[in-house]
Write a protein that binds this ligand. Structure first.
Ligand SMILES: [Zn+2]
Length: 58
């Protein structure tokens, strides 16, 4: 499994894979947008572990 995909059940179609559609740093932390691989359902997640992401991308 890559960092760009996560397992999560989609309430729209029952699919269990989401991919990272977009990400950006915001003052609250890191804002990521996840999208179902099978339908148009998507959601936004904001995390405060910016350092963890920075290290992973270094
Ligand atoms: Zn879906």
């Amino acid at each position: 499994m890559s960092d760009l995909e996560i397992e999560r059940e989609c309430p729209g179609c029952g699919n269990d894979t989401f991919y990272l559609a977009a990400s950006m740093l915001v003052h609250l932390g890191k804002k990521t947008k996840w999208h179902c691989t099978e339908c148009d359902y998507g959601y936004i997640h904001i995390t405060d572990d910016v350092e963890t992401y920075a290290n992973a991308e270094a």
